[in-house]
Design a protein around this ligand. Structure first.
Ligand SMILES: [Zn+2]
Ligand SMILES: [Zn+2]
Length: 307
């Protein structure tokens, strides 16, 4: 076992061209070997020596020794990337430390959650993918985006990728997993009385990662959109929720078709109703925004009843 190194020690290890070249060479060689189904290849000392410009074998031996334990793993069969090595080398290869190319403004489907106008535009701002309403001037959504995500796509497929990323993240967050680091998330529901959102949705779910300190916020209604009960309910009505972007849900809130309310306190319980025509799916949530029960309901004489 290696002793725990400090963050400065870990980054100091990379302040050396040869070591960065070694990590890159391991990733490239693993890729070229391309062993399908058998996991990443382990590279021998001589295979790495063939791929890296280094004066002699003792220099290589020294650098490998420095990287092993943090960025490389060593077994009887050779060297492979550790978790940290994977993260760093993918980060370097993808160029995600570069400035993303510019993008937009690009008109996108959906309506503004604040004014209801169909006037949304996507653009990049400070490396964030954001959507603004050109009618009322407010920002309606924003999410992180990577430079590689921008570099490898045209405008339309970039917007698609932003939808996909937000849907995938939301799914993990709802199940209590941090999309950034994989740690457990703890969630709380908070009421936002002064929220600029319409009255229909004044509750926000705050999920916090105590490991990497990322915080994720979502209106309570949106937090259940990718629950299987919601996906199935909408799928039965010709709507594939899994391909929708967050901003495409705004019209449901704006029109009051999606609502949330608190139904009990100590312990707190909540109810979210997602309506579609005369049908609705009702989801009951506990104080940590976990869905505990779902039912489909139908409007009869103006009132929704279990169907
Ligand atoms: Zn607006
Ligand atoms: Zn995390």
């Amino acid at each position: 076992m290696m002793e725990n190194r400090s963050a400065t020690d870990i980054f100091r290890l990379l302040a050396d061209d040869t070591r960065v070249d070694i990590l890159r060479a391991v990733a490239v060689a693993q890729y070229e070997l391309g062993q399908v189904g058998s996991g990443p290849a382990e590279l021998s000392f001589s295979e790495i020596y063939d791929h890296v410009e280094v004066e002699n074998t003792s220099k290589l031996s020294y650098h490998l020794g420095e990287l092993t334990g943090t960025y490389l793993r060593k077994s009887d069969d050779g060297y492979s990337l550790s978790h940290a090595g994977e993260r760093i080398v993918r980060f370097i290869l993808s160029g995600n430390y570069e400035q993303p190319e510019s993008f937009g403004p690009q008109p996108v489907d959906g309506v503004c959650v604040f004014c209801g106008e169909d006037a949304l535009e996507a653009s990049l701002s400070h490396q964030f993918f954001r959507i603004d309403c050109t009618a009322c001037g407010q920002q309606v959504t924003g999410q992180p985006i990577t430079p590689a995500q921008v570099k490898t796509r045209d405008a339309d497929t970039l917007v698609q990728s932003a939808k996909l990323r937000s849907a995938e993240d939301a799914r993990q967050i709802r199940r209590g997993m941090c999309p950034e680091c994989g740690a457990h998330l703890s969630a709380d529901v908070v009421e936002m009385p002064g929220s600029p959102l319409p009255d229909a949705d004044s509750f926000v779910v705050t999920s916090t990662c105590e490991e990497c300190l990322r915080e994720y916020n979502s209106p309570l209604t949106y937090s259940v959109v990718y629950h299987p009960a919601s996906i199935a309910f909408h799928w039965d009505r010709g709507v594939d929720m899994t391909t929708r972007g967050i901003w495409e849900f705004h019209e449901y809130i704006y029109e009051g078709r999606w609502t949330s309310e608190q139904t009990a306190s100590d312990p707190d319980e909540y109810e979210v109703v997602l309506r579609h025509g005369d049908d609705a799916v009702r989801l009951h949530l506990d104080s940590t925004a976990t869905v505990v029960r779902t039912e489909r309901v139908r409007r009869e004489s103006g009132v929704f009843r279990s169907s």
